[in-house]
Write a protein that binds this ligand. Structure first.
Ligand code: PMP
Length: 398
């Protein structure tokens, strides 16, 4: 029998229980909900049928017949797992085909795929920056980018959200102190919690003036913004001026995985240095093949039709909620501010009872007292579902 020392018991009973108690007391304790989804996307959550306004499957591709078939066929041809990391013997045709498709789609020389978007961030930032370098992140950058920056050992600086004047002052000060170190500016093209966009054209000018590089995470723009859904960097024709474009294949692409698109040399260096690529088994070949099929769909007529439906849904929601600033709702993410953490949770619960799921997003994901309901739209939503959601939201909005 395993015996625990008194110290260990104290750690378990005091430490863990106390921490859970603190989370409870602050209204911040989270629990996993059980989601069941059928083949057309109908969702039950904890047993009740709901309209899902929380998924990042913006184009509804996760349940598309074409992609389901692509995955089944790829599984029968290539098997289930890849068996090893990319550098050992897990590098298969499916991975290379996906990367060629991504590079073409993103307008770069090369691309590299990873198991997740999170793995891209924690692999790429430490591969390119280290002690003596500085990574400067927008304050609202995703947790994976912050994790990657911390892991790198570079000096970490944060600039206020989208505040380029402040960023410029920081870049001047960093250069004055450290003339030789690399500077990498990190931002998202569409921010994951507020759904607003970064001023990318001005950012590119700025980082060029100060000899910095720029990494743009297109997680929430890929597939929906820019020509053929190529993202905001492509939409602004900045592909040749942004050193690193990254994103995930788990949102609009509907599958799983992440990518970074860059010059051939940068990608070759990442193959040698990105630990989350080198020390992790390559994604299943069928996942890569399905992601490649998703990229093809996104860039084709089916992608256009689905984007059209998504934009019609966005326009309908905004017409019903005129108090929201439409200019800030760049893509499919619509934050509805509630304020207090407990109030946001209560609002989400009431929405759920009424048959709509839009989760409460609260500290530490967003700042304290800035809790909100995060509504995400999909091409698959019906107008009447959006009307039902707004009817319930009205009772809780500040
Ligand atoms: N970047 C951003 C901006 C994201 O929102 C997310 C997902 N929440 C990721 C990266 C991570 O991507 P993945 O879920 O594929 O790990």
């Amino acid at each position: 029998m395993l015996r625990m020392s008194a110290d260990h018991l104290d750690w378990v009973e005091g430490g863990v229980a106390a921490q859970l108690g603190d989370l409870d007391a602050a209204g911040l304790r989270r629990r996993l909900r059980l989601l069941q989804r059928d083949s057309v996307g109908l969702v039950t959550l904890d047993g009740g049928t709901v309209v899902n306004f929380s998924s990042n499957d913006y184009l509804g591709l996760a349940v598309s017949d074409q992609l389901k078939q692509a995955m089944v066929e790829a599984v029968s041809r290539h098997g289930v797992g890849s068996g090893a990391s990319r550098l050992v013997c897990g590098n298969m045709e499916c991975h290379e085909a996906l990367e060629a498709a991504l590079a073409e789609f993103k307008g770069t020389e090369a691309a590299l795929s990873f198991s997740t978007g999170h793995a891209v961030a924690v692999g790429v930032l430490p591969a390119l920056c280290g002690a003596g370098d500085t990574i400067v992140l927008d304050k609202l950058s995703h947790a994976s980018l912050i994790d990657g920056a911390r892991l790198s050992g570079a000096t970490l600086r944060i600039f206020p959200h989208n505040n380029l004047e402040k960023l410029e002052r920081m870049l001047v000060a960093i250069r004055a102190k450290n003339a030789k170190g690399r500077i990498l500016v990190v931002t998202e093209s569409v921010f994951s919690m507020d759904g607003d966009a970064a001023p990318l054209a001005a950012l590119v000018e700025l980082k060029d003036r100060h000899g910095a590089w720029l990494l743009v995470d297109e997680a929430h723009a890929f597939g929906i913004l820019g020509p053929q859904g190529r993202g905001l960097v492509a939409g602004l024709r900045l592909e040749k001026r942004v050193e690193l474009q990254m994103g995930t294949l788990s949102k609009a692409a509907g599958v799983s995985g992440g990518y970074v698109a860059a010059s051939r040399e940068v990608i070759d260096l990442l193959i040698n240095r990105a630990r989350s690529l080198i020390y992790s088994t390559a994604p299943p070949p069928a996942v890569a093949a399905t992601a490649a099929a998703a990229v093809a769909m996104i860039g084709g007529g089916e992608g256009d039709r689905r984007r059209e439906r998504l934009w019609a849904n966005r326009a309908h929601l905004l017409s019903l909620l005129p108090e929201l600033d439409a200019d800030l709702v760049m893509a499919a993410i619509v934050p509805v501010m509630i304020g207090g953490e407990r109030e946001a949770v209560a609002a989400a619960e009431q929405l759920m009872e009424a048959g709509f799921f839009a989760p409460a997003i609260r500290y530490p994901t967003v700042a304290r007292s800035q809790a909100r309901l995060r509504v995400t739209l999909s091409a698959l939503h019906e107008l009447v579902e959006i009307e039902g959601l707004v009817g319930c939201l009205r009772r809780h909005m500040v």
